[in-house]
Design a protein around this ligand. Structure first.
Ligand SMILES: NC(=O)c1ccc[n+]([C@@H]2O[C@H](COP(=O)([O-])OP(=O)(O)OC[C@H]3O[C@@H](n4cnc5c(N)ncnc54)[C@H](OP(=O)(O)O)[C@@H]3O)[C@@H](O)[C@H]2O)c1
Length: 283
């Protein structure tokens, strides 16, 4: 595994498109100055991936911040998502996101949630996927993917698809992750994207995490981002304004890979996982 990463590191998706490996998630940020400033500061810090969704109600602000950034559109990768209440009007929902973002095209459009608990939804999910394929064919979106899909949802999609999902965005941090699903996605060429990589700040004080952080002169958040990157995942923490430079620094602001912590013997994934398992706090 190539452990050297900088903030410009890119994953190559199964359609050949490059996608930055570290991005900013904007869930729960209010439309307006809050989102615009966060996106602007993130872009200034070197982030080039912004993860939004129709559900977050801040696509307009994301688009405004990207357009006013002075950075060329093609250098910035913008994700948004289709919420299940729009499964019956996919094209209209997509057009709405496209208009609110006002960036000409969307880089990655994800089915936000499979609604797998409703029986009979499989045919609806397949129809939705087929519409996403048409949007892709029209070049309105550069890659299409899914989120919160398990192996059976992916199998079901692939059984009828002409274009396989490029990405599966799932919850992934040392406390919550599905190793089999990660391996399955990666074996099918589907990039894994980690949401809630910072445990929504709930486990940043876990003794194993704080010990590793202290040993390496890093913050707990940096350790968790690094952990997800070492799983080969694309990572999208919510990174509040004051903390954006910290995550950016983790990945090296420019070309210099600074992640020497990864070379230290007690920072391997297996060691971290074992330590977490032994800990009384993990269940
Ligand atoms: N596809 C999906 O269904 C789905 C679901 C959830 C999230 N997501 C995406 O994933 C993104 C991130 O996931 P998440 O929102 O669940 O949360 P997360 O990234 O795991 O945690 C975010 C929280 O971590 C804290 N934090 C951020 N940077 C920090 C730093 N450098 N040091 C210490 N604490 C830091 C902040 O908490 P405090 O404010 O308390 O400090 C922040 O609110 C979302 O924005 C969204 O784009 C997708």
């Amino acid at each position: 595994m190539n452990l050297q990463k900088n903030i410009g590191s890119q994953a190559v998706l199964n359609n050949g498109l490059n996608m930055p490996m570290l991005g900013l998630g904007v869930w729960q940020m209010r439309e307006g100055a809050e989102t615009e400033n966060a996106v602007r500061w993130a872009l200034d810090a070197g982030y080039r991936l912004i993860d939004s969704a129709k559900l977050y109600r801040n696509e307009r602000s994301v688009g405004r911040a990207v357009r006013s950034s002075g950075i060329r559109r093609e250098e910035i990768f913008v994700t948004t998502k289709l919420w299940p209440t729009d499964f019956g009007r996919v094209e209209r929902a997509f057009e709405g996101s496209l208009q609110r973002l006002d960036l000409g095209y969307i880089d990655l459009y994800l089915i936000h949630f499979p609604v797998a608990f409703i029986p009979g939804f499989a045919s609806i999910r397949r129809r939705v996927w087929s519409t996403l394929e048409k949007l892709y064919a029209r070049r309105l979106v550069r890659a299409i993917g899914v989120s919160n899909y398990d192996q059976s949802n992916i199998d079901e999609t692939m059984s009828a698809a002409t274009i396989p999902p490029a990405v599966n965005q799932i919850r992934l941090n040392p406390f919550v992750y599905d190793r089999k699903l990660i391996q399955f996605c990666q074996s099918r060429g589907i990039a894994v994207e980690a949401y809630s990589p910072l445990t929504r700040a709930r486990r940043l004080n876990h003794p194993v995490i704080t010990r590793i952080a202290a040993n390496h002169g890093r913050s707990p958040a940096q350790v968790l981002i690094r952990w997800a990157l070492q799983h080969g995942a694309i990572v999208i923490p919510i990174d509040i304004a004051s903390k954006i430079p910290e995550a950016a620094e983790l990945c090296g602001r420019r070309e210099t890979p600074i992640l020497e912590i990864a070379r230290s013997p007690d920072f391997t994934l297996e060691k971290l996982k074992d330590a977490l398992k032994r800990s009384a706090e993990i269940h």
